[in-house]
Design a protein around this ligand. Structure first.
Ligand SMILES: [Mg+2]
Length: 227
């Protein structure tokens, strides 16, 4: 892969484990609501709030790529249902974002980003709402592309093409690194990018398309691109 001129990198489950982070962030929102708007919690409970979010998603399929708006709309809805000011959705969501960006990086991440960013422009691509500035990784990235900003989510080609544009490279000169077979590997390969599947859990690949490379950590990507 000598002709690699830029790298795009997925965030959730590629740089950190996302499930425990979201669980903690949702718990923090519940705690905040219990303190400030107890009727919301009395009426819905934790599972009820998730159910309300599913309803909002079903009612607004055009906004499914925008997880920030989905969560805010859900909060506004349950606040209004219980007679509270919908504006309280903002501080409640801020509680979510604070915890959502409190991630534990996989140990290979910072050394790999340090090394890769010295040689290549790095562009993040995410369907989620992580904030690399808050996480402390923004300095490694030339640009950050999100489904929210593009208006569609991975694996839609537009997301990958937007990232290549931000890297000022043609897709054929860009390699995408991510954990998800469809959202990352299929999406990037469809626009002609090369792909690295980050398989941290040692899962079996069972798709009829293939990544160009499979790794267990970002250290392997670094070793490969610098050898
Ligand atoms: Mg991911």
């Amino acid at each position: 892969m000598n002709s690699v001129r830029a790298i795009t990198i997925d965030l959730d489950d590629t740089l950190w484990d996302i499930a425990p982070v979201i669980a903690e962030a949702e718990k923090r929102v519940l705690d905040w609501l219990t303190r400030h708007c107890p009727e919301v919690v009395d009426r819905h409970g934790e599972e009820g709030l998730r159910e309300e979010r599913r309803k909002v998603e079903a009612e607004h399929p055009e906004l499914r790529h925008d997880l920030t708006v989905m969560r805010k709309l859900t909060l506004e809805r349950v606040l209004l249902q219980c007679g509270y000011d919908a504006a309280l959705a903002e501080p409640a969501f801020e509680e979510f974002m604070h915890a959502r960006n409190n991630v534990s990086l996989f140990p290979d991440v910072t050394p790999a980003l340090e090394r890769l960013s010295r040689k290549y422009p790095l562009v993040s691509i995410s369907n989620g709402n992580a904030d690399l500035g808050r996480i402390g990784l923004r300095r490694f990235f030339t640009a950050c592309v999100s489904a929210r900003e593009v208006g569609v989510a991975k694996p839609h080609p537009e997301v990958f093409l937007a990232a290549c544009k931000r890297a000022r490279q043609q897709p054929g000169a860009v390699i995408h690194v991510g954990d998800h077979p469809y959202q990352d590997v299929l999406g990037a390969s469809q626009v002609g990018m090369r792909t690295v599947w980050v398989n941290r859990q040692g899962e079996t690949w069972d798709q009829d398309f293939r990544p160009d490379m499979e790794v267990r950590s970002l250290s392997e990507v670094t070793e490969f691109l610098f050898c």
